[in-house]
Design a protein around this ligand. Structure first.
Ligand code: MF3
Ligand code: CO
Length: 248
């Protein structure tokens, strides 16, 4: 959506805060021995307490309130009996609707102590997201955003999983435009003040090939290399850096 009234902005901010708060709760519960289903239950409780609804359930009848992807799993990991083990990376991806507005954000966090390459992968993904956000200036194009993301990922020695993208959001969880994490020629959209979308780079330390697991949802790296994913929902400003909506 593109915001053109203060009510819309208020509604989006509330949804964004709820998503950020839920991420904070889940993050605090990540520890070796915890199952991804336990994290999902915490998310469901947090949504219910605030009168929010799961975006994935609402939109796709997804079999979980949030997506939880461990290590070689990239996105859309289905919460279940997988137990978090020390040294793994877990991505918490929370999308919710509150009062008719949708917001979406993700973080990758370490489980216990993780090795240096995995720590670098998380840092690189966060930096790539930050560069993408910085590039989302009014008058720039989505191609500039994607270029900034991939440049930062490469500079840090990692690879963008090009098939996976961000998206417009607001009245629905997934709206136009597609937000590529590289300088895709078709990413011609000019950024105008009020435009709301997610930026969500997914990086791998291995080869950039993904496969769909047999559960029909979970996407993992083909070579089972670890991957990381960080996401915010942002709104293009009148001038300068965009407003990040998924903050508490
Ligand atoms: N935050 C996820 C995304 O933008 C939500 C996925 S919902 C699913 O892709 F149902 F597709 F898993
Ligand atoms: Co998203």
């Amino acid at each position: 959506m593109s915001v053109d009234s203060p009510e819309q902005l208020r509604g989006l901010k509330r949804a964004g805060e709820l998503v950020a708060q839920t991420l904070r709760v889940l993050r605090g519960a990540v520890a070796p021995g915890v199952s991804t289903l336990e994290l999902d239950r915490l998310a469901a409780e947090t949504f219910a307490r605030h009168g929010a609804r799961s975006g994935p359930i609402l939109t796709y009848a997804y079999p979980g309130s949030v997506c939880i992807s461990v290590d070689e799993e990239v996105v859309h990991g289905v919460p279940g009996d997988r137990i978090l083990r020390p040294g793994e990376l877990v991505t918490l991806d929370v999308a919710a609707e509150l009062g008719g507005y949708h917001a979406d954000a993700a973080v990758t966090v370490p489980v216990g102590n993780v090795n240096a390459p995995r720590r670098r992968l998380i840092k690189a993904t966060r930096a790539a997201l930050a560069e993408g956000i910085r590039a989302a200036q009014p008058g720039a194009s989505l191609r500039d955003v994607g270029a900034a993301i991939e440049r930062e990922a490469r500079r840090r020695g990692f690879t963008v999983l090009r098939e996976l993208t961000g998206h417009g959001i607001g009245y629905a969880m997934h709206e136009d435009p597609i937000v590529f994490n590289w300088a895709a020629p078709e990413a011609k959209t000019r950024l105008t003040p009020g435009l709301v979308f997610t930026i969500e780079p997914m990086l791998t330390a291995g080869r950039p090939r993904i496969v769909l697991e047999r559960d029909g949802w979970t996407i993992r790296t083909a070579d089972r290399a670890p991957s990381a994913h960080e996401e915010h929902t942002i709104m293009v400003s009148e001038a300068g850096d965009p407003l990040v909506l998924t903050v508490a």
